[in-house]
Design a protein around this ligand. Structure first.
Ligand code: URA
Length: 208
C-alpha cells in the first residue's frame, strides 16, 4: 500500500485556514495555493535519492549531494495548474505535463479531453497535482492514463482530501503515495468536500 501523508506543518495549517475562508479573494487564494504547493514540495521530496559529488570550497574539498532523480509534474486541469509554479520554485528542473479531465454529466465518469507530456517523460518520476481529492475519479483516471503510456507516476499531491477519495486511489493504485495538507470529513451530495473550500478551480480563476 502506498503511503498516505498529511503534511500538517503549522505554517501549512495557518495558510490552509485562510484558503478555506470564503472571504479570501481570488488574488489571495491564488497566492495561498502557490505558497502551499511550495511547502508541500518540501515534504513530497523528503525521500528523494541523492548523488554524492565533491566540490571545492575556498578552504578545502568537501563532499556534497545533489538530487539524483529526474522529476515531472502533471497537474490535472484546471485546478492543478494553480500548484505548478509553487512546486517549480523548489523543483526548477522538473518538466511539466498536463492532463485535462471533465466529469461527464450523465455517467459522472471522468473523460480525458487533453493530454500532453514532456518528450523524456518515461525517464522521469511523475508527481500528479490536483488540489481537491474528492471522489478520486479524476486522480485515478489520470494516474491510469499515465501508466497506460508507460509513464511512472509515484505521487499524488492534493491540498484537501475526502476519505472517500483517499480510499478510491489507494484501492485503484496501491503503489501511489498520497500527500495532502488536510484530510476533511466527507463528500456532500453534490460531490463537494466538507468543509473543504468550495470549487478550487472557480476560486483560483474567479469563475462561477
Ligand atoms: N472539486 C473541488 O474543487 N471542490 C470540491 O469540494 C470537490 C471537488
Amino acid at each position: 500500500m502506498g503511503r498516505f501523508i498529511v503534511c500538517d506543518h503549522p505554517l501549512i495549517q495557518h495558510k490552509m485556514t485562510f484558503l478555506r475562508d470564503k472571504n479570501t479573494d481570488t488574488k489571495q487564494f491564488r497566492e495561498l495555493v502557490d505558497e502551499l504547493a511550495t511547502m508541500m514540495a518540501y515534504e513530497v521530496t523528503k525521500d528523494i535519492p541523492l548523488e554524492k559529488i565533491r566540490v571545492q570550497t575556498p578552504v578545502a574539498e568537501a563532499e556534497g549531494f545533489v538530487v539524483g532523480r529526474m522529476l515531472g509534474l502533471v497537474p490535472i486541469l484546471r485546478a492543478g495548474l494553480g500548484m505548478v509554479d509553487g512546486m517549480l520554485k523548489l523543483l526548477p528542473s522538473a518538466k511539466v505535463g498536463h492532463i485535462g479531465m471533465y466529469r461527464d454529466p450523465e455517467t459522472l465518469q471522468p473523460v480525458e479531453y487533453y493530454f500532453s507530456l514532456p518528450s523524456d517523460v518515461t525517464e522521469r518520476e511523475l508527481i500528479v497535482l490536483d488540489p481537491m481529492l474528492a471522489t478520486g475519479g479524476s486522480a485515478n483516471a489520470a494516474i491510469a492514463s499515465l501508466k497506460a503510456r508507460s509513464c511512472r507516476p509515484t505521487k499524488l499531491v492534493c491540498l484537501i482530501a475526502a476519505p472517500e477519495g483517499v480510499k478510491a486511489v489507494q484501492e485503484a493504485h496501491p503503489d501511489i503515495d498520497i500527500y495532502v495538507a488536510a484530510l476533511d470529513r466527507h463528500l456532500n451530495g453534490h460531490g463537494y468536500i466538507v468543509p473543504g473550500l468550495g470549487d478550487a478551480g472557480d476560486r483560483l480563476y474567479g469563475t462561477k
